[in-house]
Ligand binder design. Structure first.
Ligand code: ADP
Ligand code: MG
Length: 218
């Protein structure tokens, strides 16, 4: 992509791996996600990692959409500069909803249920997210609508039950960390998950439980 195609904006997020900026792309509201070089890594390794993650992210965002899971549309991809331009989705992240004391238990229950269904569909299609925190789940039409999943750069295609179990385990940990009524939310999440992944749910839940036990006694 040419620089002129993306009118620059201020960074909305500067994570360990990437910087995300609000931009306009061909007149559309977009997000530019850029992986800048990391000087502490040997150059060749750094380039390989950045390229791999950018490519995985673009691929899995598209694959997830095919499975009926909303993700930002990939508008453009630049594997020379490790940049990706994504449809900008406005709306609260799951983290923002969970931390907002004004949200009712019903609203949050509905939000995590539909998040569960989206994740279940992703898993039923063989994809693990790989970095499933509540900042990577956004509700473009508000907490009553379907969520979109972000940030699939650590994801896996043809995922095994271990990778799927880790996703589920991370959701449980996040709910516990962010909300006092985590048990009820966890139940609603799992109800939704079973709808999205009807044949695999029991096995993945069992693995998540085993992972929790391992972590606890490690
Ligand atoms: N397409 C998008 N639309 C709206 N917000 C986004 C979009 N992509 C990223 N964000 C915002 O930027 C944050 C970081 O983006 P993310 O892709 O998760 O990068 P990182 O790898 O740094 O975690 C997200 O938590 C979200 O708040
Ligand atoms: Mg993220």
């Amino acid at each position: 992509m040419a620089d002129a195609e993306v009118a620059d904006g201020a960074p909305v997020s500067r994570g360990a791996e990437a910087t995300v900026r609000a931009v306009e792309w061909m007149g559309l509201p977009a997000m530019l996600k850029e992986r800048e070089p990391k000087r502490y890594r040997p150059k060749a390794l750094d380039e390989r990692l950045r390229k791999e993650r950018t490519r995985t992210e673009a691929r899995l965002l598209v694959d997830a959409r095919r499975l009926g899971v909303r993700t930002p549309i990939v508008y453009d991809l630049d594997l020379v500069r490790q940049r990706i331009v994504l449809e900008r989705l406005d709306g609260p992240t799951l983290k923002e909803l969970l931390e907002d004391p004004a949200q009712s238990a019903e609203t949050l229950g509905a939000a995590v249920r539909s998040f569960g269904t989206a994740l279940g569909r992703l898993h039923a299609g063989g994809i693990a997210h790989g970095d499933l925190t509540s900042s990577n789940v956004i509700f473009p039409t508000g907490p009553a609508g379907a969520p979109a999943l972000l940030d699939l750069s650590m994801g896996t295609r043809n995922a095994g039950v271990e990778e799927l179990g880790i996703d589920l385990h991370l959701v449980e940990e996040d709910l516990k960390a962010l909300h006092p009524k985590a048990d009820a939310l966890q139940r609603a999440f799992l109800e939704g998950y079973a709808v999205g992944n009807p044949t695999g749910a029991a096995q993945v839940r069992a693995r998540a439980k085993a992972i929790k036990g391992r972590v606890r006694y490690a």
